[in-house]
Design a protein around this ligand. Structure first.
Ligand SMILES: [Mg+2]
Length: 196
C-alpha cells in the first residue's frame, strides 16, 4: 500500500543528543522499569525529586543537540511527495518544540509525553493514525531504539527504519538499519518511486 505518513522519533533520530541513559537509569534507580512509568509510580517527595533529575539531564542534552546531517533533505523529499510527517517523542513538549523551532522543522502532528501516550506502547502511533486518518499499512516509523521497534510492532506498522550502526542491538528484529540519514533518504526515494 502507498506510503502516506512517516512517524519520526526525535532524540537520536532527528537530532543527535548526548544522553547517557545507562547513567541516568542508575542515578534514578529505575530497576529495569521504563523511566516514565517508573517515575510516575513513585510517591512524593521522591517522585518530584527524581523527575527533576531527569528534566535536568534532558534540558542539558537538548541544549547540546545537533540536527542530523541530511535531515532537512529527507524531510523536504517527503514534503515534495505529499507524505505526512509526524513526531512521536517521550521527551517533553518544551524540549521538543525548542528543537523543532531551533532547527526550523515543520511537522503535521507532534505527540510529546504530556499526552500520556508513551513508547514502547504503540498508543501514540495509533493516535497519529487516528488524527491524520491513516491506516497502519500507510505508515512508516523512523527511529533509533528498540522502543521505537516495539511500539511499531504493537500496532502492526511493518515498515520500520532504524538509524543505527549497532546491528547487534536489533539482531532479533526485522527492521531495516541505516547508518546515515542520506542512506535512508535514498531508500525512501526508491520506495516512493515504486509505489507512485
Ligand atoms: Mg530515540
Amino acid at each position: 500500500m502507498k506510503l502516506r505518513c512517516v512517524i519520526f522519533d526525535l532524540d537520536g533520530t532527528i537530532v543527535d543528543v548526548p544522553y547517557d541513559w545507562d547513567k541516568i537509569r542508575v542515578e534514578l534507580e529505575t530497576q529495569g522499569i521504563p523511566i516514565l512509568h517508573f517515575l510516575n509510580s513513585l510517591e512524593e517527595p521522591e517522585r518530584s525529586e527524581k523527575w527533576q533529575i531527569l528534566e535536568r539531564y534532558e534540558d542539558e542534552a537538548t541544549r547540546k543537540a545537533e540536527l542530523k546531517q541530511g535531515m532537512h533533505e529527507l524531510l523536504d523529499l517527503l514534503t515534495k511527495k505529499g507524505i505526512k510527517k509526524a513526531v512521536v517523542t517521550n521527551n517533553s513538549q518544551k524540549n521538543a518544540f525548542y528543537l523543532l523551532e531551533k532547527f526550523n522543522l515543520n511537522f503535521d502532528y507532534i505527540i510529546t509525553r504530556e499526552s500520556g501516550l508513551w513508547k514502547p506502547s504503540g498508543a501514540p502511533f495509533l493516535e497519529v493514525m487516528k488524527k491524520l486518518g491513516l491506516k497502519k499499512e500507510e505508515c512508516s516509523v523512523v527511529g533509533d531504539s528498540p522502543f521505537d521497534v516495539r511500539a511499531a510492532n504493537e500496532v502492526g506498522i511493518s515498515r520500520v527504519f532504524i538509524l543505527s550502526e549497532n546491528r547487534e542491538r536489533f539482531a532479533s528484529t526485522d527492521v531495516e538499519l541505516f547508518n546515515s540519514v542520506e542512506a535512508l533518504r535514498q531508500e525512501l526515494e526508491k520506495l516512493l518511486k515504486k509505489t507512485e
